[in-house]
Design a binder for this molecule. Sequence first.
Ligand code: DMJ
Length: 479
Amino acid sequence: MADYREFEGRHSSPSPCKKLSICLLFLVILMVAPLGVLLSQTFTPEQKKAECDKIREACQFAWKGYKTYAWGYDALQPISKTGRNWYKVSLLMTPVDAYDTFILMGLKEEAAEAQGIIFEKLNFAVDMEVQLFEVSIRMLGGLLSSYELSHEKKFLDLAKDLGKRLLPAFRTPTGMPYRYVNLVTGETRDPASNPAEIGTYMLEFGKLTQLTGDSVYYKTAKKAAMEVFKRRSPVGLVGTVIDVKTGKWLNTESQIGARIDSYLEYLLKSWLLFGDKDFRDAWVTSQKAISHYLVQPMPYGWFMTRVDMKTGRETRSLYGALDAFCAGLMALAGDLNTAENLQKGNFYMWNRFNLEPEEFDFRKDTVIYGNYPLRPENIESCFYLYRLTKKEQYLNMGQSMINNILYHCRTEVGFAALKNVQTLEKEDDMESFFFAETLKYAYLLFAPESTLDLEKTVFTTEAHPLSVGGRQWAVGSGQ
Ligand code: DMJ
């Protein structure tokens, strides 16, 4: 079984002749990688357990770094060994995002430590503006899944308090929210938003409604998402930037990545979590459009391109780390053919540079933005594809991606983002989603299925698991 420490030899400086042979070898590896994955090894239960242990240890190591150098901050800066806050007061993003991962990994001590600081210190009554989307997916989602997993009422109390404070953001002429809201005054800012920052509230807000009985959350989040869907073009696509006051598109490029991604994800997942047929219909319409206009078969796999939302004509052949979630989403939606071909493209993009770049031109085979902020999406897609096809190749893909991360991103006290996947230069940042998503999907890929039943769970876009079911009033259309 490959271990990430095996990659350690790669940093010596080889002679020019050696460099050439390494390049040739690299090219050969690139060409045979997909074949290698097809001829992949079978994992025994012991080998899967060893993978889980390795990922659990990495998680404990990163948490120890956070505890030692950034306790009480939003995140650890793993090179300078300092803490970082997003706003003037910490929202404890790392403990909140990490808690359910600790529970799923059976890390009781770490879960107790995270819960301790959250219950002692987390307070939303602070006069400061926050980004609605990020605070909802990381904090609200984290608190709700923590409540469902632990049954500790304080998590729900915190979620209720936060939910109320976020609602003023939705007071616009269209019902689509502003991007920023003040947690105390309710003041709002920035109407130039995008489908993801408008339509990624249903799972968290809908769950809050299920748990509190207050329908305002479900209705508010649904209205916002449906207002985006209503403004799709005649060919069924949405643009990238929209004014939430006027409802007019400000950027009409359509794509699957940043600023649109989780809007589409929540159309499908809102149907799966709440059984609301309006979301099923919206997803089916959107899925047809993106499958028709965005999917681009290439020799090494399929990619999703960028097009004009009105004509469906290609604008830029850009793909990237965020887009990689779509293979998993398509698998969850039942289109395994598209999902598996997209995952071939995802894995090609990953192997092309040993780690995936933020943006990649799949026609020119070049990097546009080479940073890697420890994103989870490629491994997330391996997780869904393995669960839904049981093909061992997805375990192999996931294993090689995890090994790359654990080797190339490791610092003395945690794991760092990369400034550039080609130079492997590190950046002083360890996002909370590394705990919430990257390590969680990596672990669940190899963990026994009983750790988490996909039939009874829907993951939020931040990988917080929410349980299917709950109060029946939310089921059906027209809520
Ligand atoms: C996460 O915060 C969420 O997955 C979001 O939807 C997109 N980006 C990051 C992880 O890459």
